[in-house]
Ligand binder design. Structure first.
Ligand SMILES: C[S@@+](CC[C@H](N)C(=O)[O-])C[C@H]1O[C@@H](n2cnc3c(N)ncnc32)[C@H](O)[C@@H]1O
Length: 201
C-alpha cells in the first residue's frame, strides 16, 4: 500500500516541488517511505507523543507535530499538495482547509475482507462495517471522489504477528475469544485496503 501511495504521489510530484502531510503518521513508516520522492517535503502529525518521538528520531529532517487531528490541524490553509491518512483519522473540514488548490487527499481504510481468515478463526467471521463507504460519505460531501480502488495481498504469519495484527488494527479480542487467540497456528491471511482519492471540486 505504501508503494501504491508513493507511486501516485511520485508521478504527481514530478510537476514541481510538493508538500505532504501524513495524518496519524504513527512512528513515521510512510513518511520514511516517501522521503525518497524527489522534490517532496513530507510532514507528519499524530496524537501519540511516543510515536512522534520515534518518527522524529528516525527522520530528523522531517517536521513532526503532536496534535489531535479530530480537532484541528496546526497548519496554514492550503499548505499541502497531498494529505494522506492510512488506517487513521479523517477530518473532512480540516483536510479540505489544508489542501492546496490542485492537491490530492489519499485515504486507506481496511477492506471488508482484511484479515478475514484471522477474524473468522478468532471471532467467528463477525461482519465488518464498510469503512470505505463511510469515508466516501464524509469527504464526498465537500470534495470530489477522484478514485476508489482496492489493494490486496496475502501472507503467511506466525502466531506472535497474528496477535499483533489483532491488537494494532483495534479489532482486539474479547475475553471469550482468548482461547482461540492462544491456540492460533501460522496461517495465510488476506491483507486488503480500500484506497480513496479526493480532490477539490
Ligand atoms: C492504526 S495506526 C496507523 C499508523 C500509520 N498511519 C500506519 O499506517 O502505520 C493509527 C494512528 O492514528 C493515530 N491517531 C489516533 N487518533 C488520532 C487523532 N485524533 N489525531 C491524530 N492521530 C491519531 C494513532 O496514534 C496511530 O498512530
Amino acid at each position: 500500500m505504501h508503494r501504491a501511495f508513493a507511486h501516485v504521489i511520485g508521478s504527481r510530484a514530478q510537476r514541481g516541488p510538493a508538500t505532504l502531510l501524513d495524518v496519524g503518521c504513527g512512528e513515521g513508516a510512510f513518511v520514511r517511505h516517501v522521503s525518497s520522492v524527489p522534490g517532496l517535503e513530507p510532514h507528519g502529525v499524530d496524537i501519540s507523543a511516543p510515536s512522534i518521538e520515534l518518527a522524529a528520531k528516525a527522520s530528523p529532517e522531517v517536521l513532526f507535530v503532536v496534535a489531535n487531528a479530530d480537532r484541528f490541524l496546526p497548519y496554514a490553509d492550503q499548505a499541502f499538495d497531498f494529505v494522506t491518512s492510512i488506517d487513521s483519522r479523517v477530518n473532512a473540514g480540516e483536510f479540505q482547509r489544508v489542501l492546496s488548490q490542485r492537491g490530492l487527499i489519499l485515504v486507506a481504510v481496511p477492506g471488508p475482507d482484511d484479515l478475514i481468515e484471522l477474524r473468522e478463526r478468532v471471532q467467528g467471521g463477525k461482519a465488518e462495517k464498510p469503512r470505505g463507504q463511510r469515508v466516501v460519505e464524509e469527504l464526498g460531501r465537500s470534495l470530489k471522489l477522484a478514485e476508489r480502488t482496492t489493494v490486496r495481498d496475502s501472507r503467511i504469519f506466525e502466531p506472535p504477528v497474528l496477535r499483533d495484527l489483532l491488537t494494532v488494527t483495534y479489532r482486539g479480542f474479547r475475553h471469550s475469544e482468548r482461547a482461540a487467540v492462544e491456540s492460533l497456528a501460522a496461517m495465510d491471511v488476506t491483507l486488503s485496503h480500500e484506497v480513496l482519492a479526493f480532490e477539490h471540486r
